[in-house]
Design a protein around this ligand. Structure first.
Ligand code: SF4
Length: 208
């Protein structure tokens, strides 16, 4: 399937699944689009993600926080009480994250070690904004799982310097490591609360 056709089909199916879906061509358009998802004074938290760093979204949120426009709880700042921020995320106004994969039938697939990110995507924050490069779109659920096993999990394990076989070899060895990054597997399909989850697909490659 052509890229344009695949993106359009995925967006249609996300909408059928009660998730809002928008397309932006690049990270400049992404920044403009993001503005519509925050109100002044909103408490905003985020899930660990290379996409947020690579697209500049993390820095954008940080700037809004420093300007006092939003109440930005930054888990990445030195000395942050990370566990407390993980818990605060459940009562935040907006949770910003990426996704490990999204299928053309409009499902979001994620695998977490701590589980804080998938938990917040499922329940708690009033609004969830998911940012994904088009490279995260896959045809089937099986491909989504394969994408995590072959790409996302090994790269994240390397990035986080975890003691897992995939961090050394770049391939999933179905490990039993105590530092295993693959603990909670979630597919988010049709949602009850319409448009609580908003998916922004970027026409550039980002993240793992
Ligand atoms: S199961 Fe273990 S080896 Fe496989 S991707 Fe996850 S952390 Fe890496």
């Amino acid at each position: 399937m052509e890229r344009k056709e695949l993106i359009e089909l995925t967006m249609r199916n996300l909408k059928r699944n009660n998730m809002d879906a928008v397309y932006v061509a690049n990270k400049e358009e992404l920044k403009q689009t993001l503005k519509r998802y925050f109100k002044e004074g909103d408490m905003v938290t985020f899930g660990g993600s290379m996409t947020l760093k690579e697209t500049g979204v993390y820095h954008y949120l940080k700037e809004l926080g420093e300007a006092g426009t939003i109440d930005f709880l930054d888990r990445d700042v030195e000395g942050a009480d990370v566990q407390s921020i993980f818990r605060s995320a459940f009562s935040s106004d907006v949770y910003v994250t990426s996704t490990n994969a999204l299928t053309k039938n409009g499902w979001l697939f994620n695998v977490d070690g701590n589980g804080n990110r998938v938990a917040a995507m499922i329940f708690g924050p009033k609004s969830v904004v998911v940012i994904a490069g088009y490279n995260k779109i896959v045809e089937t659920k099986e491909e989504a799982e394969e994408r995590v096993r072959k790409i996302a999990a090994p790269k994240n394990a390397q990035r986080l310097h975890l003691d897992t076989p995939c961090a050394k070899t770049g391939e999933c060895m179905h490990c039993m490591s105590d530092q295993r990054i693959c603990c909670s597997y979630t597919f988010l399909g049709k949602q009850r609360i319409k448009n609580r989850i908003k998916v922004i697909i970027v026409g550039e490659e980002y993240g793992y």
